[in-house]
Design a protein. Structure first.
Length: 295
């Protein structure tokens, strides 16, 4: 069964289980880089808030041998557990006073996210954009997050600038920038002799969760910190939305080569939703300024 057939079939199965008074619909939810995920919305009556179940992972379960009956049963079980939750208690859970200290920045490509940016408060950073999300929970295999869009901002009664200032304050406390030598990152992935053969000039900038860590370049004083660590001007190479590679200027040979490498990795290796940019950036210690390199 193809994915679109699965989506339609699972909607029918879930509808049978939850009852006629519940409206089960499929909506395409915008994600990073103009990608979309099919979301199953289960709305009871005129409830203002409805749970969304993303179907990508469940389709993988189906391909691995799980039946439609089993998958629809899981979704129904989840719905039964939350259906009687008071909507006001849900709204209270996402009230600004509850999430204020969990708001964090995320750096994304501006050109590839026009739809998302039209719906979301944001701050421009070179040819990229800083958007905001709430870190709802952390788990061993990932995080639970909620993107901040204009309806939430309006409900909270705050401005984009206030969101930005709060996100920067939270980020430095919750997910501070971590600058790690590339050698250390590759330990355990390569043989010791291969790791030792790597010139000790490259660094990886991210956070402890390695989640949306490219935004670390926007933190206050981080660029100055990096310049002090590498004792040089440096290039910022966008590995993904999760990290940046840092290359001191005088350690780089063949700048055109690494420019080509960025595009090649983006096109052949990186998942589309993790794409950040096709070009590098340069930080000047003297000017304390970031500039975009031509492609």
């Amino acid at each position: 069964m193809e994915y679109r057939e699965f989506v339609d079939a699972i909607r029918e199965e879930v509808t049978k289980k939850v009852g006629e008074e519940v409206n089960v619909t499929i909506e395409e939810m915008p994600k990073c880089n103009e990608s979309y995920k099919a979301g199953l919305l289960i709305r009871r009556g005129e409830a203002p808030i409805a749970p969304v179940v993303y179907l990508d992972a469940l389709y993988e379960y189906y391909k691995d041998g799980r039946t439609m009956e089993e998958i629809a049963g899981w979704i129904n079980l989840m719905y039964q557990e939350i259906k009687d939750t008071d909507p006001e208690s849900i709204e209270e859970a996402v009230a600004y006073k509850k999430v204020k200290k969990k708001i964090l920045p995320k750096l994304i490509n501006r050109e590839k996210n026009e739809t998302l940016l039209a719906q979301s408060p944001h701050i421009l950073w070179e040819d990229l954009a800083i958007v905001f999300y709430v870190l709802m929970a952390e788990a061993k295999d990932g995080t639970i997050t909620m993107g901040v869009q204009y309806p939430q901002m309006k409900m909270w009664g705050v401005s984009t600038e206030e969101l930005y200032q709060q996100a920067m304050k939270n980020a430095t406390a919750i997910l501070p920038a971590e600058l790690t030598p590339m050698r250390d990152v590759l330990k355990g992935m390569l043989r010791t002799e291969d790791v030792e053969a790597i010139p000790n000039i490259a660094y990886v900038l991210s956070n402890r969760l390695h989640s949306f860590g490219a935004a670390c370049v926007t933190y206050p004083d981080v660029l100055e910190m990096i310049a002090g660590e590498v004792e040089d001007d440096f290039y910022l190479v966008p590995s993904s939305v999760h990290e940046m590679m840092i290359l001191p200027e005088h350690g780089v040979i063949g700048k055109d080569r690494f420019r080509n490498s960025i595009r090649e990795v983006n096109e052949k290796i990186l998942p589309p939703e993790e794409f950040l940019s096709n070009h590098a950036y340069f930080y000047s210690r003297e000017e304390k300024k970031v500039s975009q390199l031509s492609v």
